[in-house]
Structure formats: C-alpha cells, structure tokens
Design a protein around this ligand. Structure first.
Ligand code: NAD
Length: 275
C-alpha cells in the first residue's frame, strides 16, 4: 500500500470514542493529517480539515462527507494568526467549540545543508510553519478547548525532535522546539482540564518523503530504504499506524497522559542510542 491509496482503506476501528467531539487537524489535506481526519470522522467526530492547500483540503472533506460524517474544509496558513482565527471562528459557528486539536502541519527544509550553509530564508520558513505554526494553532484553539470544559491538544513533533541529524538543523530545531512548547503548555492549562502532548513519528510513508528525497538529492526508493534501516523494525510506518497512536492519545483511555513526547518511531531512538 502506498501513501496515496491510504484513504481507499476502510477505517479499521468500529469504535466510537469521539462521538460528538469537535476535532481540528491542521495539515489534513495530505499524508498523516488526512488519515487522522478520516479516522476521527469514522469514530463519530465532527472534523475540521485545515490546510493551506484549499483544493486538496476540500477533496479530503468531500471524501469524508461521502461516508456520512460531518466535516468542513477550511483554508488557513498555520503561520498566519489571522487566517487561523478565521478558520477557528468558522468551525466554531458550524460545530461548536473544539474538544480535540492536532497541530500537524509541517514542512521540511528545501535542501540538506550544514548550519553554516543554511539559507536564513529557508531556516525561517521551516521554523515559521513547524514551530510558530504549532504555537499559533495552540493559541487559537485554547479558548475553545476551555469553553468546551477541557480537551486534548496534540502537537506533532518528530523523532527529529528527540535527536539531531547533520544537515537538517532547521527541522530538528523546530521539532525540538515543539516539545518545549508542549511541556510549557501542559503546565499552563492542566487546571483547565486540557491535556497537551506531542507525537513524535519516525519515518512514515507520506508525500513529505518526496520533498525530503528532493532535499537530500536521492530517489524516494533510496530514501525509504535508508530510513527503514534507521528503524529497529526495518520498514516505514504507515499513516494508519500513526493514527492508532494519535486517537489513543486523544481518547479517554489516555486520560492520565499529559506532558508526554510520545515516539511512534519503530525503535529509531533506541537504535540510535546503541550506535
Ligand atoms: N512523514 C514522516 O516521515 C514524518 C516523520 C516525522 C514527523 N512528521 C511530521 O508529521 C506531520 C505531517 O507530515 P506528513 O508526512 O503527513 O506530511 P505531508 O506533506 O503529507 O502533509 C503536510 C500537510 O501540511 C500542509 N501544510 C504545509 N504548510 C502549511 C501551512 N503553512 N499551513 C497549513 N498547512 C500547511 C500541507 O499542505 C500538507 O497538506 C508534519 O508536521 C511532519 O513534520 C512526518
């Protein structure tokens, strides 16, 4: 199965852990965010598909609506507070306050470069979307989560938020920053019954790998093979496997889990720690 035919798969869970919940996912027009949106909808949630790519977001929403679920696509740039606030207001008007928010939108550097050779414009772009985007998403979402009486906020980091890679400093710094943001936020809003966690994926089979291969100047197949070998379980992770972890993290089953950076990385961290 490839990343592109993921959405043709039926949702594997017949559970309804999110019936009546209002779930927003940023970066939901592609890859993991898309699958997360489909999976939350399959478990009864009203879903806000938020993405900078309005047409792709609408296509994802149309596919989800065809299953009978309630969904709305909203175009927003997570690095722009005004567009996010407008998206939040539209989703509130349609569904009521958010109860689950997933700051998933992310980008990779344009090229592999040492810190000395990194173009400051590309550095700022990577930080703006991955880190400032998570901050702005949280900032926009928190009043609604509070209005709802509490909820769950997940910031998507990466295994690269937990260790360093030569040549990828902007992404690594941004994803480490996401974990710092999560840890501060978890302390700030626990009293409001809001749990805040970070999800740290290992290499997952999504369209972002095309851009990563381009940045590294290698083929997608070569990248996939190298990344699979960076895992203890020597294959790439499927978006559905990330959704399994995310939906658990947002569910009542994880009621006592907050302030955690959860690796779903096929053992990449532990493998590196042995090297
Ligand atoms: N795929 C992996 O191996 C991997 C590993 C670790 C972490 N991650 C992280 O997981 C998240 C999802 O990645 P993916 O692999 O599904 O990527 P993807 O490229 O398939 O999807 C990313 C989505 O984010 C959207 N987006 C980009 N910039 C945006 C912006 N400014 N505002 C709103 N939306 C924007 C894109 O349009 C796209 O729909 C990202 O944060 C990524 O950094 C991915």
């Amino acid at each position: 199965m490839t990343a592109t035919d993921v959405s043709s798969q039926p949702a594997p869970s017949a559970r309804h852990r999110f019936a009546g919940h209002v779930v927003w996912i940023t970066g939901a027009a592609s890859g993991m965010g898309r699958r997360h949106a489909e999976r939350f909808a399959a478990e009864g949630a009203y879903v806000g598909v938020i993405d900078i790519d309005a047409d792709a977001a609408q296509m994802v929403a149309d596919g989800i609506r065809a299953t009978g679920a309630r969904v709305r696509a909203v175009a927003a740039d997570v690095s722009d507070a005004d567009t996010l606030d407008r998206a939040a207001a539209q989703l509130h008007a349609e569904f009521g306050p958010a109860t689950v928010v997933v700051a998933n939108a992310g980008v990779v550097p344009g090229v592999l470069a040492t810190v000395e050779d990194t173009d400051p414009t590309d550095w700022r772009r990577v930080l703006r979307v991955n880190l400032t985007g998570a901050f702005l998403t949280a900032r926009t979402a928190l009043p609604q989560l509070r209005e709802a009486g509490g909820g769950s906020l997940v910031l998507v980091s990466s295994a690269a938020g937990l260790f360093g890679f030569a040549g990828y400093a902007s992404y690594v710094a941004a994803k480490h920053g996401v974990i710092g943001l999560m840890r501060s936020l978890a302390n700030e809003v626990a009293g409001d019954n809001i749990r805040v966690n970070a999800l740290c994926p290992g290499t997952t089979d999504t369209p972002i790998l095309d851009r990563e291969a381009q940045a590294l100047g290698v083929s997608r197949d070569a990248l996939m093979s190298a990344q699979a070998h960076a895992h203890l379980i020597p294959r790439l992770i499927e978006p559905d496997e990330m959704s399994d972890a995310l939906l658990w993290l947002c569910s009542p089953e994880a009621e006592m889990v907050t302030g955690v950076a959860l690796p779903v990385d096929a053992g990449a961290l532990v493998k590196r720690s042995l090297n």
